[in-house]
Each structure stands twice: as C-alpha cells, then as structure tokens.
Design a protein around this ligand. Sequence first.
Ligand code: GLP
Length: 237
Amino acid sequence: KMFQWIEVSSYEQMSEIAATIFAEQLLSKPDSVLGLATGGSPLGFYKELVRRHQEEEFSFARATTFNLDEYVGIGPGDATSYHEFMNENLFRHIDLPETRRHLPNGLATDLDAECSRYEKLIGESGGIDLQLLGIGVNGHIGFNEPGTPFDSRTHVIELTEATRQSNARFFDREQDIPKKALTMGIGTIMAARKIVLLAFGDNKMDAVERLENGAVTEEFPASILHKHPHVTVIYGK
Ligand code: GLP
C-alpha cells in the first residue's frame, strides 16, 4: 500500500511531476486507460503533457481516456463545457483517436441511462489504470459532493451552492452556472489502479490538511483515498 505526499514550491513543479507520472504510465503501457480531470488545478499539467508529447517523448495513439465529470445541459460546442475544456487544453494537441476520448454526455435526454452507459464503458475498457483528481475546497472529488456514498457509481449530482460559486469564474452570468452534473462515483474513482491528486494554492490547504489528518468520512469525500492502495498527492501553495 502506498500513500505518497509530494510537497512542491510552485504550480509549475506540481504540473511537471504529474506529467512525469503520466508519461511513465504511457511509456510502460501505451494502451493505458487514463482518468482525466478538469478545472484550474490540471491546466499546467496538460500544458506540460502536450509539450512533452510534441517533443515525441510518448504517444497517446493507443490510449483511452475517461473524464470524471460534465455539467448537465451543456456539451460539445459550449465554451464552458468540460468537453470544450478537454478539446482546448489536451485533445486537439495530441494523437489520441476521437473514438477513445470519453466524457459523460450532459446533453443526454435520459441522464440515468447515460450514467449506466458511461460506467459500463469504463468497465469494458478494462478499468482505469491511472486517475487524475483535483479536490474541491469542501473535499469533493469529481463532482461527488459531501454526503455522496462511498460506493456510488457514475451518477447525476446536484451541485452545492459553494461549488457553483467556486466555478462561477468560468461563466459570464450567474444563471448560466449549471445546477447539476454527471460524475463518476466515488466507487468508480476508487476502482482506478492508481490515483494522482493535485492541490495547489492557499484556498486548498484546509482541504489538504483535512485529507492528511481527518478520519475517513462521507462528509469529506476525498478522505476515502486513505483506503486506496496507490495514491500520490502533489500539493503546495
Ligand atoms: C470542480 C471539478 C473537480 C475539480 C474541483 C477543483 O468542480 N468538478 O473535478 O477537481 O472542482 O477545481 P479547481 O482545480 O479549478 O480548483
């Protein structure tokens, strides 16, 4: 069992270390299934990953990716969707075939069916080898808000007001911030073989401390990671 803490002194350093972990994963297993995240935390990581890919350090040609989450009601073409975030920051720069880039579809008419489809697809891919995570200030992982059952699988979640406000900076108008999202469940995340969690900045340090000291409780979703066999937390401020 491994639970590794890496303290960094800059956001760039965090991004480089995370990129090295993913590069090593792709080099040792070119057909890896990667779990990806959105948000401010992984932006520098994607930049670094793209740079190294363009220098031909490694290829995504045989890889498969699954993103953690997507808002309900927006999708490809919407600038604020996670689909567009991924296109912009990673997919359009790499050789990963389109058919193996997966995100939940927040525009599906039957959202529960979409969640089952997504969960099944992850299983059929052989499962996630390496999952990237950020952490919400309230300890959420993916969009699994406090109180989400640890054994949850991909599901529809109502976003808390705190999470909506944390993400308000990405939207022009208050009323544009979605109220719901589709997210891998905590059980889905825990099934990944390895996990890397990124947390950088003053506003994340309370969450990092709580992860470090706190008991395992559904009130602080990230705390479940203490039960995972292989976690690396890269953090700093
Ligand atoms: C968002 C995302 C999470 C992300 C977290 C932190 O709401 N759904 O997957 O890890 O909140 O975001 P950021 O990295 O921008 O601080």
